[in-house]
Design a protein around this ligand. Structure first.
Ligand code: R5P
Length: 299
């Protein structure tokens, strides 16, 4: 029996596009809140002995995770053969160390939680800074796709001579991959983060890029402070309007407005849906999950 994919709330486009791209059935998942705020779920499509997938990008994760875990548990109760999670954005990857005594290392505990609920996860560019791979914290296979070719393809279609800027040391892995695929020069800056919304960036001389268009490349734009600092600096040095190019456009709170006011254009993939999500990652996700769809054996 073929696989079925179900959309968690807000992930309907993701699930239907993946169903169309892979040929799996788009399943029916009824969901609502009881008056007391608890979650009601009902699978309206047969899942017994079927590979079952839940589509749920995990930005703003706290409201999504309990319903997601309940849905995964229901699929097991209903005898699904395997339960996979397609999470284009994988949350809780950044607190990967105890920086201060007593802090929760949430990347590890979140990984344990998801590993106990799913057989596998497919995601795009998880934030790997101090970790070399998700396998260091996840005990299930995590299939990772990379958005660099998609970002590079977008840049190749722009006729303007450009240079890429990675705003901090962590961004080097993304900016160098995009730069090499797009055949563009790049520079990586040094960032000092003092708080969630408090960053400073040191800039080297950029005179060798005079006359070229700056493209800031990072994996995540969250509060937008990192990009905002870099945009202000570039604009202040007389460069033309920078593009902020990112894989995951979380754009929390007023990040989008602040970046626009600072003088930037924002372009992201649709791992997090929104008006700036102009690059479609779903064909890559479809390729990533295809091999899993053929595996129907009960674990
Ligand atoms: C940092 O480690 C990431 O690569 C991003 O630079 C960071 O997550 C951006 O955060 P924010 O938008 O809050 O400055």
């Amino acid at each position: 029996m073929s696989a079925a994919i179900f959309a968690m709330p807000g992930n309907e486009t993701l699930a239907s596009e993946l169903a169309a791209l892979t040929g799996v059935e788009l399943g029916v998942l009824e969901h609502r809140k009881f008056p007391d705020g608890e979650t009601y779920l009902r699978f309206g499509t047969e899942v017994r002995n079927r590979t079952s997938l839940l589509a749920c990008s995990l930005h703003n994760p706290n409201v999504k995770v309990l319903p997601l875990l309940l849905a995964a548990a229901a699929l097991r109760d209903l005898s699904a053969a395997t339960v996979g999670l397609v999470a284009p954005y994988l949350a809780y990857m950044r607190q990967d160390r105890r920086f201060k005594d007593g802090e929760a290392v949430t990347s590890s505990s979140f990984a344990r939680l998801l590993s106990s609920a799913f057989n596998w996860i497919a995601t795009i560019d998880p934030h790997l800074h101090r970790l070399a791979s998700p396998g260091e914290i996840y005990t299930i296979p995590v299939l990772v796709g990379h958005a660099a070719p998609l970002l590079a393809d977008y840049l190749r279609r722009r006729p303007v001579p450009s240079f890429l800027v990675g705003p901090d040391a962590e961004s080097e892995q993304w900016v160098s991959a995009v730069a090499s695929a797009a055949h563009l020069p790049h520079v990586t800056l040094q960032k000092d983060r003092r708080g969630d919304r408090d960053v400073s960036i040191s800039f080297p001389s950029l005179t060798r890029f005079t006359g070229m268009a700056p493209i800031l490349v990072d994996d995540i734009v969250s509060s937008g402070r990192t990009m905002e600092m870099a945009v202000k600096h570039l604009v202040g040095r007389g460069f033309r309007k920078p593009i902020c190019l990112a894989v995951h456009g979380i754009l929390a709170e007023d990040a989008r407005d602040r970046l626009v006011v600072a003088g930037a254009e924002i372009v992201t993939t649709n791992t997090v849906p929104g008006p700036m999500a102009k690059l479609n990652i779903n064909p890559l996700l479809a390729e990533l999950i295809r091999p899993q769809l053929l595996k129907g054996t009960k674990p």
